[in-house]
Design a protein around this ligand. Structure first.
Ligand code: ATP
Length: 233
C-alpha cells in the first residue's frame, strides 16, 4: 500500500533522512523504532505531506504522491495522529471528531461518528465536554478517533504512548491492536520499542536518518543488536 524509496529530507543543512526505503502492505502494522532524533517523525511527516522532500519517492495505493499536497493525501486515504496528541483543547470532543472528517461529505458524518464512538465508548460519554477536560490517555484516544474520522486506508501513528502512565499505555496498545484486527493498515513510530515490536508484523530500526535493521517484529525482539540498543538488555 505504501512504498517509500530512497527518501531524503533536510532541515537546512541537517539531513534528517539520508535515503530511507520501506514498505507497508495492506493490513500490515509496521513499526518504526529508533533513538531520539533518528528521523522517525520526519519520515511520517514526509508521508503525510507536511515535510519537504529533497529526493526519493513515495507511492501510495499505486500512485506517486511525492508531490501531492497534504489535503489531497487525506482524501486519498492517509491520516496522521500526531505526536503529543494535539487535540483542539477549547473545543468539544465531538467537534474535534467532526473536524477529522472535513474531507468527506457531511451526510456521512453520523455514521463515522457512531463508528468511532463504538470503538471508544468513553468518547461518546464525554462528547459534549471540552477536549481540555480529558486525561492524557483520553486525549490520545480522541486524537486516534479524529484521525479515523477521515476513514483512512493508512494510519500514521506518531508515538501514541508518549507521556502516558503504564496502564494507559497498555490500553492504547490494545486499541492499536483492535485497529489492526479490524484490517487497518498502520505505520507506527514508537519509543517504547518492546511494546511496538511485540505488536508489529514488521519493523524498521532507524539510526541517524537511515534504516539499519528490518524484519518481523518478533525477530527484532530477539535480535541482539536491537536488544542492546533499544531494549536495555
Ligand atoms: P524524536 O523521537 O525525538 O521525535 P525522531 O526520530 O522522530 O526523534 P526527528 O524529529 O524526525 O527524529 O528528527 C530528525 C533530525 O532532524 C534530528 O537531528 C532533529 O534534530 C532534526 N530536526 C527535527 N525537526 C527539526 C526542525 N524543525 N528544525 C531543524 N532540525 C530539525
Amino acid at each position: 500500500m505504501l512504498t517509500v524509496s530512497n527518501l531524503v529530507s533536510r532541515y537546512g543543512r541537517i539531513e534528517a533522512l539520508r535515503g530511507v526505503s520501506l514498505t507497508v502492505g495492506a493490513g500490515e502494522l509496521v513499526a518504526l523504532v529508533g533513538a531520539n532524533g533518528a528521523g522517525k517523525t520526519t519520515l511520517l511527516r514526509c508521508v503525510s505531506g507536511v515535510q519537504s522532500i529533497a529526493a526519493g519517492t513515495i507511492r501510495f495505493a499505486g500512485e506517486d504522491i511525492t508531490r501531492m499536497a497534504p489535503p489531497e493525501r487525506v482524501r486519498a486515504g492517509i491520516a496522521q495522529a500526531p505526536e503529543g496528541r494535539q487535540v483542539f483543547a477549547p473545543m468539544s470532543v465531538e467537534d474535534n471528531l467532526t473536524l477529522g472528517a472535513y474531507s468527506r461529505p457531511g451526510r456521512e458524518m453520523a455514521g463515522s461518528l457512531s463508528e468511532v464512538y463504538d470503538l471508544f465508548p468513553m468518547l461518546r460519554e464525554r462528547r459534549r465536554q471540552k477536549a481540555a477536560a480529558l486525561s492524557g490517555g483520553q486525549q490520545q484516544m480522541l486524537a486516534l478517533g479524529r484521525a479515523l474520522m477521515s476513514r483512512p486506508k493508512l494510519m500514521l501513528l506518531d508515538e501514541p504512548s508518549l507521556g502516558l502512565a503504564p496502564l494507559v499505555v497498555e490500553e492504547i496498545f490494545r486499541v492499536v491492536r483492535r485497529l489492526k484486527d479490524a484490517g487497518m493498515t498502520v505505520l507506527m513510530v514508537e519509543q517504547n520499542a518492546r511494546a511496538a515490536l511485540a505488536l508489529a508484523d514488521r519493523a524498521y530500526v532507524l539510526e541517524t536518518g537511515a534504516v539499519t535493521i528490518e524484519g518481523p517484529g518478533r525477530a527484532l525482539l530477539n535480535n541482539e543488536d536491537v536488544q542492546r540498543a533499544y531494549l536495555g538488555m
